[in-house]
Design a protein around this ligand. Sequence first.
Ligand code: TYM
Length: 335
Amino acid sequence: MENTENKKVMLSGIQPSGALHLGNYLGPLRHWPKMIEEFDCYFFLADLHTITVRQEPAALRQQTMTLLASYIACGLDPEKCTLFIQSHVHQHAELGWVLNCYAMFGELSRMTQFKDKSAKHQENVNGGLFTYPCLMAADILLYQPDFVPVGEDQRQHVELCRNIVQRFNGIYGEVFKMPEPYIAKVGARIMSLNMPDSKMSKSIPDGCVYLLDKPEDIARKFKRAVTDSDTERCVRYDPENKPGVANLITIYASVTGKSYGEIEAEFEGKGYGAFKPAVGEAVIETLRPIREETERLLKDRAYLESVYRNGAERASYVAERTLRKVYKKIGFIQK
Ligand code: TYM
């Protein structure tokens, strides 16, 4: 499956640090299956990144297999794109080290995610947490992608990667292609259902809907979603004054394809009592086939193993080519 047609290249990854949630799905993942026809796509499971926070080994293994199954269940056909596990392609860690030496302490210190995570895990502010964007830059640059589809919270890391490209190419010539972040217009920042001023993440479990949640749990989470105390209780897209309602409208728009105006018209005069369960129902129906297919695939371990082995082989081939070029430019002796 070599890129013989000179298609543009696209790459992205998700950490198997917990179960996939609706933010991961609506932000980047749901757009990926459409891209595999048009682009030469690499999608990986960013397991090296997860250990910046302590992981329970058995849980990490389970989550990685579940994420792989969910990638396929969401429509990433392994025959049409390269699916692999990051730690299977050793070039990521190698290029990550090199890029550490081309990222500045000051720019790494400005990363919002580093500030957030180091505040949250004060007992474990390790070096990996700090240099994580260099490994992410390596993930990207090994495959020389044109686009990197991510949610809004990863934009800063892709920008840092672009700074590294500029610095590196400035010294050694055109080694890396400049990647562009590719961020969806709707859904790039899904907020927590119970704390709509924080992004949806597994660190706020009550406001987080997981892709494999049971329908009754999804329904319950949406019924309890925070809206506002506004007496008019009207379904109107106003993120500043009604962030909870705006978030639900965004979710509903993402899963139904309806515009904000159509949604406002649909619920005119109906209030939140009708709106919240309708959003829950639409999400349940979107996620149902993904959950069922993930569960089915998880029973076929041999198939999943063949997918990640083939994926690693294809990814390593491309990654090695870039790494050799980088080593040569830097001045390392070739083997
Ligand atoms: P991660 O695993 O935290 O999240 C995976 C993807 O989901 C997006 N996302 C969201 N989008 C909308 N609303 C939300 N509430 C929300 N929460 C998460 C993220 O923006 C991301 O696109 N560092 C990355 C993984 C990574 C990577 C890469 C991505 C490692 N190397 C190279 C692209 C390219 C991360 O931790 O994402």
